[in-house]
Design a protein around this ligand. Structure first.
Ligand SMILES: C[S@@+](CC[C@H](N)C(=O)[O-])C[C@H]1O[C@@H](n2cnc3c(N)ncnc32)[C@H](O)[C@@H]1O
Length: 162
């Protein structure tokens, strides 16, 4: 598969998964978390499909498209391992959807980061909330659910809190 095809598959899977999870999230009251603002593509999509919801973003350093930068009050800057505990103090466990898009291209390091921040993310989530992740979290295997049918296996990982 060419790198173009692979990029298209990844972005299409992300879009399908986020839209599927957003439909579930609309049935619950709570806030949305975007980990890995990057250039703001998925944040922009989330705010389009979940209008009127508070979306908090986490990013080491803002480098997004100028149209895709949330107000400062909705930014948690710095390393996830520092910003997530700060978020817990401010936001509590009130999130109904978290999107982890944290991969940096180094598979092992990204997976290790995901496993490290997993407990911190869980601390922010409400019961029955949904987490969509670009990394597998083996510690959450008991929470894993099948993704929507048209997503290739192991492309996106979806977890449903009980
Ligand atoms: C795949 S990109 C996000 C792409 C973005 N969701 C989009 O659609 O444009 C991953 C992002 O995670 C951020 N990131 C990776 N590790 C991080 C860490 N330990 N703390 C904070 N941000 C981190 C990187 O700076 C990068 O912008």
């Amino acid at each position: 598969m060419s790198r173009l095809d692979s990029a298209i598959r990844r972005l299409t899977s992300q879009k399908i998964a986020l839209e599927w999870a957003a439909r579930k999230a609309t049935r619950m009251n709570g806030i949305i978390l975007e980990l890995g603002l990057g250039n703001g593509r998925t944040y922009d999509h989330l705010r389009e499909i979940l209008p009127n919801r508070e979306i908090y973003v986490f990013e080491r350093e803002i480098a997004a498209h100028p149209d895709c930068i949330p107000e400062e009050n909705f930014q948690f800057l710095g390393d996830f391992r520092d910003s997530l505990p700060r978020a817990k103090k401010r936001l509590g466990a009130n999130s109904v959807l978290a999107h982890l898009d944290i991969g940096t291209g180094e598979k092992q390091a990204s997976q290790q980061l995901a496993e490290q921040i997993g407990p911190l993310v869980l601390g922010l989530m409400k019961r029955e909330s949904i987490i969509v992740s670009d990394q597998e979290l083996t510690a959450w295997s008991y929470l894993r659910i099948d993704p929507p049918l048209n997503i290739p296996k192991d492309r996106i990982f979806i977890y449903n809190l009980v």
